[in-house]
Design a protein around this ligand. Structure first.
Ligand code: FAD
Length: 322
């Protein structure tokens, strides 16, 4: 019996969200007195695989098949099912990132396994297998007991902080039984659409709203983001107006982010916006209206004109960083 974790990679690098899933899976293995095995699909170097040991995996099953570099969900679910059978795993962990959201439900259907998507706690195994998750856009929690024999949990990204240890994992080559007819789509072109830091993986996000008046004023948001090493985001009306691309839109109908620091500039803090950002560890709000609802969710608030404050913040960050 073991806990198995899907550790996904992008262009040969294990994703941060995957490391969080591995660390979570290793803790579940400890709790349940079993071992943690990470599964990696595609071509990944030894250094990256070694990271998995540092986050608690005892074993890595590595399917170094180039066809799996960017696997479609159905194929990845099939490979995971084979890995689950091989390891006799009862608990399967994913990140609730893009790939986890696509693969975990398919595996859940294949294995008839209960799935908790977007877990924010380790399971409570004192009376069943109860995992906590957000519901209603983060306004309430649900404690869900997975009663099926096989259990799948996908872990909400940026919920658990990473702490590398000195562990090592044994790496075993894995050749899943897949053939070319299993593949139904082919990626013909991939384009990078985010800036320096991918939004959903970013530790710091600088976000702008309608208070910035127009796309011509985004330079100061980008300057602050650049100084902080942050990704940029925006409210929905900003994306709807075409001031910023839709892949920057956060909130109920956009991306959910949980960075260590979320800086909101000229955003009112409507509930639909907060739904995508209220898991951030520290929220800083810049708004000229002292009654703006965002201040209720803020750890730090600056009441004032963004056009005066943001350049000063950028200057201060640059000075601090030397
Ligand atoms: P506004 O509400 O216009 O607020 C602008 C703010 O900027 C104000 O607080 C103002 O005081 C401040 N301001 C103005 N000038 C300055 C200045 N010079 N300096 C500093 N501050 C200034 N919204 C999302 O963001 N994400 C979603 O996913 C989302 N999903 C939605 C889903 C549904 C079903 C619905 C109905 C709505 C959704 N919305 C979403 C829209 C949401 O309700 C709000 O309308 C939106 O978030 C407001 O965007 P905003 O704060 O940028 O603009």
């Amino acid at each position: 019996m073991s806990v198995i974790i899907f550790a996904d990679q992008f262009q040969g690098k294990i994703k941060k969200s995957a490391l969080e899933a591995v660390q979570y899976g290793a803790k579940v293995a400890q709790q349940t007195g079993t071992s943690a095995t990470a599964v990696v699909l595609g071509e990944v170097g030894a250094e990256e695989l070694a990271l998995l040991g540092q986050y608690g995996a005892q074993k890595v099953l590595h399917a170094a098949d180039a066809r799996l570099n960017e696997p479609e969900a159905g194929v990845a679910a099939k490979v995971m099912a084979e890995a689950v059978a091989k390891e006799n795993a009862a608990i399967i962990i994913f990140s609730h990132n893009f790939s986890g959201r696509a693969i975990a439900p398919q595996l859940s259907a294949n294995l008839k396994a209960g799935l908790v998507a977007g877990a924010i706690s380790l399971p409570d195994t004192s009376n069943g297998f109860v995992v906590k998750k957000n519901v209603f856009s983060g306004k309430a929690f649900a404690n869900v007991n997975i009663t099926s024999e096989k259990k799948i949990v996908s872990v909400l990204p940026n919920t658990f902080s990473l702490e590398a240890g000195s562990g090592t994992a044994t790496v075993e080559a894995f050749s899943p039984a897949i053939n070319n007819t299993d593949f139904r789509i082919k990626v013909v072109k991939a384009e990078t659409i985010t800036g320096e830091v991918p939004l959903t993986e970013a530790e710091i996000v600088v976000s702008g709203g309608r208070g910035l008046k127009g796309p011509e004023n985004w330079g100061m948001v980008e300057d602050l983001a650049h100084a902080l090493g942050a990704a940029t985001a925006c409210s929905r009306p900003v994306a709807d107006s075409g001031w910023r691309p839709h892949h920057e839109h956060v909130g109920q109908t956009g991306f959910t982010v949980r960075p260590n620091l979320y800086v909101a500039i000229g955003i009112s803090g409507a509930i639909q916006h907060l739904a995508g950002v209220n898991g951030s560890k520290v929220i800083v709000v810049v708004n000229k209206d002292p009654e703006a609802p965002f201040f209720k969710a803020a750890d730090y608030g600056i009441v004032g004109d963004a056009f005066e404050i943001v350049p000063k913040l950028t200057e201060a960050v640059k000075k601090y960083k030397g």
